[in-house]
Design a protein around this ligand. Structure first.
Ligand code: GEK
Length: 243
């Protein structure tokens, strides 16, 4: 049974910074579905993109895998790709423990390896598809280019990175419009004004968004030969970057 997210329902004297602990892992499927516009569309597309770009005898990486929604999409996308496997990494022990359970419940045959580690420190090799589905935004800004370069170096020519992010805009108007619509999306999904405002306080020092232009330029600077935004819903986007 999926547990309901009511972490911010009661007023808190001081709202601590958001962290991916046990209480978040417990309600995560409900939290992300009700908080991230487009998430439920992006996950099945990750399966399609994986099937298109995966190469035989290579690894597909899911970096910042949480409970493995993208991992399972990638796993299903690999079902006709010979001798491939998914390697999924997250640095939250609570997430990894529960992710393991979801993978065991899934009946696909493609092997999945799960690691509890910092993706900035992890070694990546022999990759044809890499997914960062709403993870890069939690990596300190100064470490983002090094991580993307490491991903680029691990990819075979023709491979791809799927990068989904919350973004900000150069235009104040675009930022305020999409932030307002995002808040309305959360309200329509049952979050109260108090929950929305306390979550905003909790996450503002932890999730640091970039503009699309910053993402695009950084990906080109890291070596990617083609960078394309394939999805947007309000201030949430997904990018396909190929080597
Ligand atoms: C999905 N991709 O459902 N190393 C490893 N993991 C990290 C690090 C790090 N340095 N920093 C953050 N994480 C998933 C959703 S959630 C997005 C990803 C969100 C992990 C963190 O523990 C969390 O599980 C995940 O990145 C981000 O498709 O909650 O908005």
């Amino acid at each position: 049974m999926i547990e309901h997210d009511n972490i911010y329902a009661k007023p808190q004297k001081t709202v601590p910074d958001f962290s991916f602990d046990e209480s978040v892992a417990r309600v995560f499927p409900d939290m992300i579905r009700r908080s991230v516009p487009g998430y439920t569309t992006i996950i099945p597309m990750i399966e399609i993109i994986t099937a298109e770009y995966a190469q035989p005898n290579t690894n597909a990486y899911d970096l910042g895998c949480s409970l493995g929604a993208s991992t399972l999409a990638m796993r299903h996308g690999l079902k006709n790709i010979a001798s491939s496997k998914v390697i999924s990494i997250d640095n939250s022990p609570a997430m990894i423990e529960r992710c393991n359970h979801y993978i065991e419940l899934d009946n696909a045959q493609v092997p999945v390896e799960l690691y509890c580690a910092d993706i900035c420190e992890a070694e990546l090799t022999n990759a044809s598809v890499v997914t960062l589905n709403f993870t890069l935004q939690f990596i300190p800004k100064e470490k983002r280019a090094a991580l993307l370069t490491k991903i680029y170096d691990a990819l075979h020519p023709g491979g791809c990175l799927i990068l989904s992010e919350k973004i900000t805009f150069e235009s104040e108007k675009e930022t305020s419009t999409t932030e307002r619509l995002h808040a309305q999306f959360k309200k329509a999904n049952g979050y109260s004004d108090l929950e929305i405002s306390q979550k905003r306080t909790a996450i503002e020092k932890v999730l640091i968004p970039d503009t699309y232009k910053t993402h695009q330029q950084r990906l080109y600077d890291c070596g990617f030969s083609h960078v394309q935004q394939w999805y947007q819903c309000f201030n949430f986007i997904s990018i396909l970057a190929t080597k």
